[in-house]
Write a protein that binds this ligand. Structure first.
Ligand code: MF3
Ligand code: CO
Length: 248
């Protein structure tokens, strides 16, 4: 079921959104070579708690951490670990969700550690651009398929590929609500978005092939070809005239 939020509810989601953004800003300032992904996750946990909010990922379907931290060829859902040490040249995707006053925020950024390859630099840039292409003409009445079309067109024009196995989603009181928001698709297809819908748009872009493998830990998703992958996500409210990005 797709839920339509009132302006008052969207104002509340803006607060959880701001908090989510603040966590990611803190992640960007804290992340450095030599640190484990578990340490980075701990910083997010402490910060979210100190704000009187809840990390929405922790315990979700048994997920054991507050963030997903996915390094290089890990696409998404990397479980923070003492065994994963962040190194110079890595790209590190951090995905975080918070619940504040009963409303969810969900967002992700990919950070570059020190000097990274030209391929990784371009991948991170294009992945961000994919998100902004997706919201460019988005407003009340836009067919959902236009989002995937915009993301896919921009990614493929740059020689990259779009992950098919995972998609964005509606969000509100629950982290995952309808509709599913694929990063691939045809212009003019699907339901029409309406003012008051709130969705998480989250391009996951691979430098190589779109195929992914699911890890034995039940969560991690890696590129099949071992090439790097980047992730960028914001929680976005649809309005009559455009969108309001709640996590930026
Ligand atoms: N932000 C992700 C999503 O949109 C992460 C959820 S993973 C879990 O689906 F850890 F919460 F399970
Ligand atoms: Co999400």
């Amino acid at each position: 079921m797709i839920t339509i939020k009132t302006p008052e509810q969207i104002a509340k989601m803006k607060e959880s959104g701001r908090l989510t953004r603040n966590v990611l800003d803190l992640m960007g300032k804290s992340v450095r070579a030599g640190m484990t992904t578990k340490e980075l996750d701990g910083i997010a946990y402490e910060y979210i708690k100190s704000c009187g909010a809840k990390p929405s990922f922790l315990g979700y379907g048994g997920y054991p951490a507050s963030t997903c931290i996915s390094v290089n060829d890990m696409v998404v859902h990397g479980i923070p670990s003492e065994d994963v040490i962040i190194c110079e040249g890595d790209i590190v995707s951090v995905d975080v969700g918070v619940i504040y006053n009963g409303w969810q925020g969900d967002a992700a950024r990919t950070f570059m550690i020190g000097k990274v390859s030209e391929e990784k630099k371009k991948l991170v840039k294009v992945t961000e651009e994919c998100f902004f292409k997706a919201i460019e003409r988005l407003k009340d009445g836009t067919p959902l398929g236009d989002i995937g079309y915009s993301v896919q067109t921009h990614a493929e024009a740059n020689g990259f590929s779009v992950v098919r196995a995972l998609v964005g989603h509606g969000i509100g009181r629950e982290m995952h609500e309808d509709p599913a928001v694929p990063n691939y698709g045809k212009k003019g297809t699907g339901i029409r978005l309406k003012a008051g819908m709130v969705i998480a748009i989250e391009p996951m872009i691979n430098a190589g092939d779109y195929k992914v493998d699911f890890m034995g830990d039940g969560w991690g998703v890696r590129t099949h070809d071992g090439k790097p992958s980047a992730h960028y996500e914001n929680t976005v409210a649809i309005t009559q005239t455009g969108v309001e990005i709640l996590t930026l």
